[in-house]
Design a protein around this ligand. Structure first.
Ligand code: C2E
Ligand code: MG
Ligand code: MG
Length: 768
């Protein structure tokens, strides 16, 4: 049974209102079908009119009528026509099929016979109204067909006249749009899904339009200009609006994207966009919100190319401003020193590497390492807070000097700073900059009301002469800085001659290690004579190394490098043991004399030193009083308290102690007074020049007086002539040592020297 259902509530509206949200293609299809329906209806009207004429012209028209029935039967759209009372006058086969009835069962019946009563009444009334209005009608409804399926049908109905010109009835067609409706619903559903997806997305999604469309073959500059000027937001979600500080999408739609751009950056991005074939993914762009606040967005932009033109674009935007700021903060702390705000070592290394990579002309890059002198004293005396204040103030001063010069400054840690300067044309530039930097320390620093004077030493390395990598340059500048400190120059340019770490030196140190392990070092003995008693005062043990390839090496050629590493410790113990052993041998031969050994700074930090010495003395049964240790002044300055403690323990054993190379360091009298010393050795520097330089003679004579006042003996080093020897004797010097008296000699020669009593040659000539 076929039922007509869901009649339109407002037929007029149904006739005039197009189906909602129907896609263009769908609308076109419906229009075409509408057209077909109307054509069919007019055919039908023609057919009905013809039937009227049949009645009038009887037989003549009979065959024509049959032909027309055949024609409307051939139309696949269900067609029917009714009289003015709503009774079916005729129909085609398609109509019979959908009702599931034969034409004979239909003709002469009303809609009441084919639809439920209440619906039939509505349809019947609509038919009568149409007849009364003598117009046409179109509406859409659902009809249950004979196949048991509910079909979407558009009814087209029109009134026709009988041959006498009166209203003859109505003719109608049923257009089945179920298939179209399904497609339309599917489309609507997918569009709804997609809209919901876009609306709910936390990412800003937008569609852009460029008007006029951009020709993809036009020059890139023109395209960039066009996108820049004419790109509008045609559609977007609320998330995009909120990124820009708006509350709803509507406030953003229609705006030109350039309102939000950082103009410089966007051109470069648009260029990449065009270049990449209108598709850029996950790029970062800097924009501004409606209040002018900076935004960082992670974006994607895809252009739709149609007919060689881009008119529409799709984009997404994610606000990464916060993340970017956090990254920037992280980056800042990774690259900066928290105390001074200057760059740090990590940054410096990277910057150096960048500079080295793009360095075109050699010799134009210099690295300065600046290390404060005696900064530890500031920390120890005024406290670490004061030390920090000083470093901050210094950082400020250095920045002021370097600003505008193109130099970059970093704090490497502690009291160490580094400067990169890439505009060096000659060594003069380096000197000039070093002086400029050191001048920042000319005026005292005000640290919590206390005026603190501070000095620094600078080491300088150049690229590529001294290194082609950041670590090589840092190493060279470091070595130059230590050199500056050692030779008491304010700044030093790296010199490979003073570098213990050149490949040759490293090989030498490896050989030295082997020599030390194989007990392969020798000692030479240089005699000292007593000027008061004209006797042998003792010997100084001086280390010698017979290198398998290089021959005899003097201490100056390997001791400074051994002092940088750990090798100096076993060397020293080996020399002391050899000296003690020699004392033992001489003791056995009835020779009673002393041997002095040189102690490096490093050993004065070694708590085991007293134990080792005690062990050597007891192993060889040697009286501690015949062993002497020479300490340089610098060793005492570095860590006076610790040195004092260790020396006190050695002195307590009865071992004699003397200060070597006196006059070249900075040890204070107060310090000397507190140390358990026996003698001072005046440095060769003053002794060798004393007859030619009045100042040197004054230094020698006052050192003698000073030492005597402190209860110390005085030894003059570097005596190269009888004149010097005599002058020293006149000045009251206790002992003398030097080439004039005896050069450093091997054990056999030293024994012979003793046997021959060679010291007698240097007795007081005036007295004899
Ligand atoms: P030093 O302790 O001041 O030793 C004196 C240096 O002056 C020796 O040089 C000696 O040969 C040299 N000399 C002595 N008389 C004269 C002279 O009349 N004229 C001149 N021009 N020079 C003279 P050497 O043996 O080359 O030692 C140099 C330095 O090496 C020593 O200076 C000492 O500081 C260090 N040294 C030597 N042996 C050892 C050692 O076993 N251990 C440590 N740690 N250092 C040592
Ligand atoms: Mg010495
Ligand atoms: Mg000396």
């Amino acid at each position: 049974m076929t039922q007509l259902q869901t009649p339109p509530s407002n037929l007029h509206q149904a006739a005039t209102t197009p189906p909602p949200a129907m896609d263009n293609a769908l609308s076109t299809a419906t229009l075409v079908m509408d057209g077909v329906a109307f054509i069919v209806i007019f055919l039908l009207i023609y057919f009905v009119i013809s039937r009227g004429r049949i009645a009038a012209r009887e037989k003549q028209a009979r065959s024509e009528s049959l032909n027309l029935q055949a024609i409307i039967d051939a139309v696949p759209i269900p067609l029917f026509y009714k009289d003015v009372e709503g009774r079916y006058l005729g129909c085609n086969q398609a109509f019979e099929e959908i009702l599931g009835k034969k034409r004979g069962e239909i003709i002469g019946r009303t809609v009441y016979d084919v639809a439920p009563g209440d619906l039939a009444a509505v349809y019947h009334k609509a038919d009568l109204d149409l007849i009364a209005s003598q117009g046409t009608q179109k509406y859409e409804t659902k009809v249950l067909f004979g196949d048991g399926q509910r079909h979407d049908i558009i009814f087209h109905k029109a009134v026709f006249s009988d041959p006498s010109g009166n209203v003859g009835g109505l003719v109608g067609s049923m257009l089945d749009i179920s298939e179209l409706k399904r497609t339309e619903d599917d489309l609507l559903r997918s569009e709804d899904r997609y809209r919901a997806f876009i609306a709910m997305s936390s990412e800003g999604i937008w569609r852009g339009e460029v008007s006029p469309p951009i020709d993809v073959t036009s020059p890139i500059d023109l395209q960039v200009d066009s996108f820049f000027e004419n790109l509008c937001i045609a559609e977007c979600n609320d998330a995009l609006a909120s990124i820009y500080g708006y509350s709803a999408a509507g406030e953003v739609i229609g705006r030109r994207t350039r309102e939000f751009y950082d103009n410089e950056q966007v051109r470069e991005i648009l260029e990449r966009f065009v270049d990449s074939g209108y598709s850029l993914h996950d790029y970062e762009i800097r924009q501004f919100d409606r209040y002018g606040r900076e935004l960082w967005l992670s974006s994607t932009l895809v252009g739709v190319v149609e007919d060689g033109k881009v008119e529409r674009l799709w984009g997404t935007r994610r606000d990464i401003t916060e993340k970017k700021r956090q990254m920037e903060a992280l980056e800042h702390s990774a690259n900066h020193d928290s105390l001074t705000g200057l760059h740090n070592r990590f940054y410096l290394k990277n910057r150096l590497e960048d500079e080295l990579e793009r360095m075109e002309e050699p010799g134009h890059l210099a690295l300065f390492i600046l290390d404060l002198d005696r900064f530890k004293e500031v920390n120890d005396t005024l406290g670490h807070y004061a030390g920090d204040l000083l470093l901050k103030e210094l950082a400020k001063r250095l920045e002021q000097v370097l600003v505008g010069l193109g130099g970059d400054i970093a704090r490497l840690g502690g009291d160490e700073f580094a400067i990169i300067y890439n505009r060096v044309r000659s060594v003069r530039d380096i000197n000039w900059l070093a002086e400029l930097v050191l001048r920042t320390m000319n005026s005292p620093f005000d640290v919590e009301g206390i005026r603190v004077e501070i000095e620094a030493s600078i080491g300088i390395a150049m690229a590529p002469a001294h290194g082609r990598t950041s670590s090589d340059l840092l190493r060279c500048a470091d070595i130059a800085m230590y050199r500056a400190k050692k030779v008491m120059q304010r700044y030093c340019l790296y010199d490979p001659a003073h570098d213990p770490y050149t490949p040759e030196r490293l090989a030498l140190m490896a050989d030295l290690g082997t020599a030390v392990r194989n007990n392969g070092l020798s000692i030479f003995f240089q005699p000292k004579i007593d000027l008061v008693h004209d006797s042998l005062a003792g010997f100084e043990a001086l280390v010698r190394w017979y290198h398998p390839v290089n021959g005899l090496l003097l201490p100056g050629e390997f001791i400074p490098y051994a002092e940088i590493g750990e090798l100096i410790v076993p060397i020293t113990y080996q020399v002391i043991e050899k000296a003690v052993c020699q004392l033992h041998l001489w003791q056995q031969q009835g020779i009673c004399t002393t041997i002095a050994c040189n102690l490096s700074t490093r050993l004065l930090m070694d708590d085991d030193l007293p134990y080792h010495i005690e062990a050597f003395l007891s192993r060889y049964g040697v009286n501690p009083a015949v062993l002497e240790l020479e300490i340089t002044e610098t060793a005492l300055i570095a860590e006076p308290e610790r040195a004092r403690d260790i020396l006190g323990r050695i002195h307590a054993m009865g071992v004699r102690l003397s200060i070597d190379d006196f006059g070249t360091g900075y040890s204070s009298l107060a310090l000397l007074k507190r140390l358990p010393l026996n003698a001072l050795k005046i440095d060769i520097l003053f002794v060798s020049q004393m007859l030619r330089s009045e100042t040197d003679e004054i230094i020698v004579s006052s050192t003698i007086n000073l030492a005597h006042n402190l209860g110390l003996k005085v030894v003059a080093e570097g005596v190269e002539s009888r004149e010097i020897l005599e002058r020293l004797r006149q000045l009251g010097c206790d002992q003398a040592q030097g080439y004039f008296i005896g050069i450093p000699m091997c054990h056999e020669n030293a024994c012979r020297w003793i046997e021959d009593q060679r010291w007698r040659e240097f007795g007081d000539q005036e007295a004899s």
